[in-house]
Design a protein around this ligand. Structure first.
Ligand code: SR1
Ligand code: MG
Length: 402
């Protein structure tokens, strides 16, 4: 029985060879560690004879991006694997298949999606994803609805809540999204020229009230099993296909946190476009496409969520007149607010996004940072006034005006 240790390349190959029925006995296996995220090792194993491939993901006992001074529980590998299995069961075309796992080694062996591209990279390169809104709307509606009290027996749901208690990863979110940007913190990371913006984030009492309310929802409202970190780096995509990966931040929380994460990352890319698309007409077209995606994502989610409610709800009170409308309105307000929080943290907090940070021209980068902050703050401050999907776009457009 192996005790926990980070796998070597040779161990990863031998482990892959042992997965029943995957590789032929004469497979010439090669392995590369390709983990470029903040927390884990990722081994990509391929049969050089032109055959199959797979991924082994292994959790490290600390946050790789910071170092051993930030310990993290290895139980997150179990949480991630169980969330992946559940998401695959609910949305088979939209998540990778898990082939095997070993909780002692904190590893999950899963489908290789390297025929897809990380969506953040695709968006930076200006790739259009015409089916994405439909796919992610389906993923969000099904994973959030079927794990909630609307569709589950309340006792069974509480057992699920227990299984997905994820304190270490929730703490990362609590610190990095809901606290650090609003106070002096060693975790914060922004260029000197943004000190005026950082100061205003620290001093804006009206903003703090809205962040406090959103933070309270994140801490206390166990509505559904969330992915928990649904940014465009957690999505593999092609124009035809979407696969959601990396649910290690999964826990029971407010549905709008996941919907807001997707929208925030499209809006971060929207704010970054002048840094990437030089031709003004092409830039305007891409910006318009991104804004349309934001509103389509909400529409696709809402339509599917309401249909599931009408056809599949088990909650004995689900048919109460007006309940569905009140519930959906709450998810929409949360979506707008959490989207804003997630934009702000990616500009001044610990962990940034390449859409903005990889812009070479410093003036265009600064413009993008300020635009993202303006949109983020406006969404947070006004999230409680949002009553329909188009209100989100109205707030974005108001804030994005030069
Ligand atoms: C210390 S981890 C920093 C960030 O990376 C993950 O993707 C999450 O977004 C987290 O907040
Ligand atoms: Mg991740």
């Amino acid at each position: 029985m192996s005790t926990y240790h980070p796998l070597t390349i040779e161990e990863a190959i031998s482990l892959a060879r042992g997965i029943p029925g995957h590789f032929p006995a004469d497979a010439a296996l090669a392995c590369e560690e390709i983990g470029d995220g903040n927390l884990n090792l990722v081994f990509h194993i391929t049969d050089q004879n032109g055959g199959k491939s797979l991924i082994i993901k292994q959790a490290l006992p600390y946050a790789k991006v910071v170092g051993e001074s930030w310990p993290l529980s290895l139980d997150r590998a179990r949480i991630e694997r169980e969330a992946l299995q559940l998401q695959y069961r609910l949305c088979p075309g939209l998540a990778p298949e898990v082939y095997a796992y070993d909780d002692r080694l904190a590893i999950t062996v899963m489908e290789d999606l390297s025929d897809h591209t990380i969506m953040r990279k695709g968006l930076i390169d200006g790739v259009a994803y015409p089916l994405f809104a439909e796919h992610i709307g389906e993923f969000l509606a099904r994973t959030l609805f079927f794990t909630s009290d609307l569709a589950m027996n309340p006792q069974e749901k509480k057992e699920q809540v227990k299984k997905f208690i994820n304190p270490d990863l929730c703490k990362i979110t609590e610190d990095l999204i809901f606290e650090d940007p609003y106070k002096p913190s060693a975790n914060n990371n922004y260029p000197e020229y943004l000190e005026d913006e950082a100061r205003s984030l620290r001093e804006d009492a009206a903003l703090h009230l809205e962040v406090a309310l959103l933070r309270e929802a994140f801490l206390t409202r166990a509505e559904a099993l969330l992915h928990g970190d649904l940014h465009t780096g957690s999505i593999f995509a092609t124009p035809e296909s979407t696969k959601v990966i990396d649910p290690e931040f999964a826990y029971y929380g407010p549905m709008g946190f996941d919907v807001g994460a997707v929208i925030a990352n499209l809006l971060l890319n929207y704010a970054s476009r002048p840094g990437w698309t030089k031709d003004p007409a092409a830039r305007r077209e891409t910006e318009q496409r991104l804004l349309s995606m934001v509103s389509e994502i909400w529409q696709e989610f809402e339509t599917r969520f309401r249909k599931l409610w009408d056809e599949e709800a088990k909650d004995p009170m689900a048919g109460s007149p007006g309940y569905q409308d009140v519930y959906v309105a709450k998810v929409l307000r949360d979506t707008a607010g959490f989207a804003g929080c997630k934009m702000i943290r990616r500009i001044v907090g610990l962990s940034h996004v390449a859409d903005i940070d990889a812009i070479e021209d410093e003036r265009l980068r600064e413009e993008a940072q300020r635009k993202a902050l303006a949109i983020g703050k406006h969404l947070v401050k006004h999230h409680r006034t949002v009553t329909n999907g188009e209100d989100i776009l109205r707030l974005v457009k108001q804030a994005a005006q030069p």
